[in-house]
Design a protein around this ligand. Sequence first.
Ligand code: FES
Length: 134
Amino acid sequence: MSCSGGKIMATIMAMSEGEFHKVAAVDEIAEGAELEISIGGWDILVCRHGGKIYAVENRCSHRHEKLVHGRLRRGRIICPVHGAHFDLASGAACGPPATCPIATFAVRNCGGILEISVPAASTPRMGPAAAASP
Ligand code: FES
């Protein structure tokens, strides 16, 4: 799986180890890269920004559009559709029109492999059933 600077789509299947799931080699996620994955019913966007890897829900809380292809700036991702800002670390909505946060997921480097923690008893918010901001 390669994502050096580009945007790729991958589906993680049957790779879980407890609540952490293997995603990719850490070195394969270059600065500014975005990786779309699906784990346990969650659409997740993995990105490296400022040297740090983040995993956030790949679904804007405003109108549920995907956040992939959103610009990464100053620790935030900007929704490519209407421009809402979300903090990559906390998921907090920091710029209109979104007012609700997005989910974030813990990441860890396990021997050079990026792993993401997804809550075991999660209730994924996918599609238009998710809570909306005005
Ligand atoms: S869908 Fe993201 S700001 Fe509207």
